[in-house]
Design a protein around this ligand. Sequence first.
Ligand code: SF4
Ligand code: SF4
Length: 350
Amino acid sequence: MDKIERMSQTVKDFALGGGAIAVGIATTETLAGGPPSTDLSYVLPDARSAIVFALAFEQEVLESFLKKEDMGGLNVANRRINTMASGIALELSEYLTMKGLVSVPVTANAVYRKDVPGGAYSELPPLSHRYLAARSGVGHFGLSGNIITAAHGAAVILGSVVTRADLIPTEPLPAEDNYCDECHLCQSSCVSGLMSRTEKTEVSLGGIAFSYSRRLSYSRCDYVCGGFAGLHPSGKWSTWSPARFPIPEKDEAFLPVLLKAAEPYKKRVKQDFGANIYHPLTPGNRLEFTCGHCQFICHPDKTVRQERYKMITGSGVVIQDADGCSRAVKPEAAVAFLETLDAETRALYE
Ligand code: SF4
Ligand code: SF4
């Protein structure tokens, strides 16, 4: 085994030993021709390779969240898995740099390019972990555009390290092993309509083509997953957000409604889960994770996906009590509850 082979094995062992369930290596060659968010030199000039890895959620915590029985468990898990992914990236990057191989960690989430029109609010990441993950065989692209894995579905968080080290790239997983059967349940469980039902995005990475449903304006997901609103247009089910501001149809209408909903968002009491999520773009900084449906519905077993769809759509709508705690009730009970509130309090929700 030569030096490059040895180091390539070491970085993989390093990530797996830290808790990753899968790891891959992408290089400037295997990412050639990709979108700007696959440009390793944006993160580190003269970068040669990137190590990308996935950490998995415990499946148990997902279903109590989707059934709207427990919001806190998944919020805590989300915070901690992101922290672990970013921590592995930092450790591995420092290890390589100490060995004379200059490297930088890429935080798992909530870091954005500031030198683009719109700055951080453009939400363009320095590097897209998911492109690297698909190209290096960590997982497949699902129709949702999320990375899906045979053992944990889409319930994973990704992290990366960019390095000047020459490493041996790993190959994509065989396309025929991708369990995504285009069931569309990710789209049906999305209140915001982020994922196009008719159009796909195609990318080429190092000569290999990948595709997933085209994403409409990211303001859609910001508005719903960010917790500014969460009631499905049918009025029959919601995310964990107690806010029921309107869900527009057109992309360009999302940013104005989001800005309008920012003040009520800030004023609503946030629950203390003990391991809270802070997000630099969220009004008041505290992010309550209220959705993630497209990710957490996507289990490798289609029957489980169908059951989870029923959990999401059959568990009613969320209201918030005066102490800040949220709970799911029947749609009619939510309407009756809101009618009991004084005008000022009610304006926090609709
Ligand atoms: S929910 Fe269905 S369509 Fe969406 S990514 Fe998963 S398997 Fe594919
Ligand atoms: S996180 Fe929620 S709002 Fe965002 S795309 Fe997924 S399902 Fe839609």
